[in-house]
Design a protein around this ligand. Sequence first.
Ligand code: ADP
Ligand code: MG
Length: 385
Amino acid sequence: MTLSAPELVTAFTNRFGREPAGVWSAPGRVNLIGEHTDYNDGFVLPFAINRSTSVAAAPRRDRTTQVHSAFNGGSTVSASLDDLQAGSIQGWAAYPLGVLWAFEDHGARVPGVDLYLDSDVPVGAGLSSSAALECAVAVMANELSDAGLTGPELAALGQRAENLMVGAPTGIMDQSASLLGEEGHAVFLDCRTREAQLVPLDLAGNGLTLLVIDTKVSHEHSTGGYAARRTSCERGAEAMGVAALRDLSLADLPAAAGILDEETFRRVRHIVTENDRVLAAVDVLRGQGPAGLGALLNESHASMRDDFEISCPELDLAVDTALSAGALGARMTGGGFGGSAIALVNSDDADAVTAAVTVAFAAAGYAAPAVFTVLPAAGAGRVQG
Ligand code: ADP
Ligand code: MG
């Protein structure tokens, strides 16, 4: 948040001429490991981060909803809840209004609301500013409508909003991390059963720092290769005769190589090996602790770069440079084609890794990356009022 909760109350009051009923907040997330596995019914291991989107809100007497965001110089969108349908809102307001639509579509009755949004989750950086926005609105709407939905139910509504109002075919990971995260923990999620377990992720206590390297290369889920990868995975599962790639194991790969075309096989191999790496990462965190994650992070990056082909030169440079400068492990994170990499470093090496990446980007003629640390933080909830 660039505005504190009291500042957000003031901003709301100045814009709408009355006080908000409260302020709700939801974090972005970093995915530690498990990329593109969510929509394959597989495993993911994200954590909620100490950057969040906040919404000040007050119910109205009518069905009108006004939503203001400071994002992109500031804009306000107004719509009647009665007019919302899948795909009816374009642009950024599709995220908040899509969540309200999803509530009503689910059978809850939401009041018209005035909303004022602010965020310090970088947009399009692979840290899920979209889920932070959806989940802040979801916890707000859950309270103001007395719907009493659980975290997993709210996650599903956020995903529906993103799939059907925004038109991005994303999975359940981002919303689950934002809603279910806890300080000092990662969220181990089985995307088939939706069972979530908290796994200790004590970075500071182990002398570790997790750096996010935002390459500033922006991605576009709705139009980019994300949807194409999803289609490849569905094709691979069908050819292999399974409901989802989650149902394949490492032992099935030799047979898959004989059945699938070369490209589809590599897409499938990424998903199968990545699911295996998530399970291994959970074991490492529960046993040796986060310092043991390095090799799994590196293998995950290589798989995304070579098999799934969702990396880009800037992400590869960030990862390679971080490793050369002493990182224990590094990988791109998020949907790919841009966004951010993460590097796990001994805290004493954080400055040297940051400097090395900055120098390497300048030498390559790339835009300066933003390098910052993130901590596993608490999930969405009410912060004031
Ligand atoms: P990511 O989730 O990786 O940041 P996405 O493309 O999934 O990237 O979502 C980014 C989009 O979410 C933005 O283009 C914008 O439409 C919307 N968005 C995110 N944060 C805000 C905000 N604070 N205010 C308005 N819209 C936002
Ligand atoms: Mg997103």
